[in-house]
Every structure is written in C-alpha cells, then in structure tokens.
Design a protein around this ligand. Sequence first.
Ligand code: VGL
Ligand code: ZN
Length: 198
Amino acid sequence: MTKALIVIDIQNDFCPGGALAVAGGDEIVPSVNALMAEFPAVILTQDWHPAGHSSFASSHEGATAFSTTEMPYGTQVLWPDHCVQGSEGAAFHPALDTDRADLIIRKGMNPAIDSYSAFFENDHQTPTGLEGYLRTRGLTDLTLVGLATDFCVNFSAVDAARLGFAVTVRQDMCRGIDMEGSLTAALAGMREAGVTVA
Ligand code: VGL
Ligand code: ZN
C-alpha cells in the first residue's frame, strides 16, 4: 500500500465554460475515474479561494487577467476570478468520481498568497499538510493527473519530487493553460526535478 493517485483541481472553473477554462479539461474525467481503481489511495485537490483573493486581476486596480505582478514571494500571474469558496465554479466536475477520495485537500485560502502546489503555498514555505498525510500513511509513490499541467500539476509534481517522493505525471490525463510557452517549460522543469512524465 505505497501508491497514491493525486487528482489536481478537476473543478468546473478549469473546464470548458468555467472562469479559467483549460482546453479539453473535461476530456480527462472518464480516464481519471477509471485510473482510481488501480490505486489503494486517492487524494483530490481543490483550488479554494476567498472572494477578492490577491491572485485575482480584479483585486488589483487597472490590472488585466493573465498579466503579472510582483508579490513579496515572487512574480504572480493575475487570474480571472475563479474557484471562489462555495461557488459552482469551485465544485468538482460533476462527472468526477469524488466518492473514491480518501482525502480532499483545499488550497489557496490565504488571501495574500496563491497556492498552485498541493504541498506548499507559492511562498514555497507554508505547508498544506499533504506531506504529513502521505508520510504517516506510508504513501511514497505518487501519480499525478489533472489541471492545469503547467501550473498546479507542475508545482505539485516538482515539490513532491523535491520532498523525496517517487513521482509520475500522466500527461495523457492532464491538460494545460499554456501561457507563453509555460507548458514546454513545465515539462522540462518537471523532468529536471526527477519527475517521470509518462
Ligand atoms: C490553477 C491558476 C490559478 C491550477 C489554479 O489549478 O492550475 N491555475 N489557480
Ligand atoms: Zn487558483
């Protein structure tokens, strides 16, 4: 019992029709559901922002979505309002089999810090608690799928590899945002960190 499947942010806002839609985001749902059967542990993550979150362009006077700003913890992309706590957009895609989840981990609740990774907020220091959960259950081999390849999947996979977990990203069950080459950079960065991109 060492393998875990981590399903990143398969939420309405990241699927076609959502506020921060990833092309083909909904296409992966049936295969992700099927893959759950192969894992003794399944963990879902959920992007879960308070209204007025600092990663929203609408929280910055005159800023447009997909521009960047400097935050105390580094450069931050400013997003359209998305995954607001309790909203329909923040809910999991209705076809995702959430019944199989051992754990649902929410992230991005701190209004001042974005959190792409399932392990740490974007300051790379504040933990979500996922590492402790995995270690106490002896889950050492992680497979990651979900949205978006170049942001939350990427940051989660790189953090997991740095923490010493064996990490595989199933590219066929991920979809990316791909802003200015971010997908190519993410794939290279994950491989460099020791992630198996399958
Ligand atoms: C994500 C941008 C903002 C993601 C979350 O799930 O990849 N991207 N918040
Ligand atoms: Zn977000």
